[in-house]
Structures are given as C-alpha cells and as structure tokens.
Design a protein around this ligand. Sequence first.
Ligand code: ATP
Ligand code: MG
Length: 181
Amino acid sequence: GLYLKALEIQGFKSFPDKTVLTFGEDITAIVGPNGSGKSNLSDAIRWVMGEQSTRALRGGKMEDVIFGGTEKRRQVGFAEVSLVLDNQDHALSLPEDEVMVTRRYYRSGESEYYINRRTVRLRDVNELFMDTGLGREGYSIIGQGKIDEILSVKSADRREIFEEAAGISRFRHRKEEAERR
Ligand code: ATP
Ligand code: MG
C-alpha cells in the first residue's frame, strides 16, 4: 500500500544539512534526547504536506521553519523538505510508482511546491492527498497534544475524537460502496 519511503530535509528547523531518512513498510520509531529534533521531523512531514498553520508547526511565523543558526552555524536562506511515497498501488492518482512531494520556503516569504520535481500549486498538493487519509485533513499525524487529549480523563474530549473518526469512517465506507457499483 501507500507508504512513506523517505524524508529529505535541508535547512528545516534544527536540520541545516541535507538529511535523508529512509523508512520500510513496517513501524519506525524515532528516539533521542529532549530537544534532539524528533518533533521537528513530524513537523517537516506536516509542513511538506501543505500545513499553513504556524501554530500547528509550533512556531510564531512561517520563517521559524528555516534553520535559524546556532553559535556554531550561520542561519540558512531557505528550508526544503521532500517526501518520497511508494505509489505502486496508485493510491495517489498519478502514473508514477514513486511520488516525490517537495516544499521550499525562502526568508523572502516565497514558497515553492513540486510534485515529482514539476512545479505545482499548494492546491495540487492538497488535492493529491485528499481522500488518502494523509494530508492536512487526515488522521495520519497525531501530535503529542492529541495523545494527551485521547488519554484525557475528560470523557467529552475523548468522545469528540472518536465521533470525528467514526464520521470519517462512515463517509469513507459510503464512498467505497458507491465506487464498487
Ligand atoms: P522532546 O523529546 O522534548 O519532545 P524533540 O526531540 O521533539 O524533543 P524538537 O522539538 O524536535 O525536539 O527540537 C527542538 C530543537 O529544535 C530546539 O533545540 C530548537 O532550538 C530547535 N529548533 C527549532 N526550530 C529551529 C530553527 N528554526 N532553527 C534552529 N533550530 C531550531
Ligand atoms: Mg517532541
């Protein structure tokens, strides 16, 4: 099925150098001390899939996603993240067996999006992930705060999350039924 094969990061948050992570079809756990950049990796995935909310990205302004420098390293001029997805079953409606989605952002405020190295618009990225369970509206990325919400003793919070999920499942099921006919 559709799965994340690789994540390439350059100049994003705490990753000034080009960093490539490859994933298998099974479970991957990312471990490391506090502040080592684990959450920055999930922010990178969220960001490349089109996240526009700086709050969701744990920053104040979009520029905060660009490596801002340390005592040892100068800041960089842009952030770039690419996702490589396995598309052999064509869950993403593109002919390629592998799909690369890239987002680049400059300090000037200029944004660029690419699908398989072709320049696209943000809405093309959104459309690519629509109804795949991935993307901004999907439930594929559950943040630290969300887990707290699920585990919360307040049953109303919990119910909201599960009702939301149930609503989505029902909708998805109906769509699949319609497609089978
Ligand atoms: P925890 O285990 O506490 O959740 P973590 O591994 O998830 O930690 P992150 O939140 O991913 O850690 O990383 C935090 C680090 O990223 C901080 O040291 C912060 O200074 C650094 N960082 C965030 N944004 C930038 C940026 N734009 N430029 C440079 N460093 C940044
Ligand atoms: Mg974290």
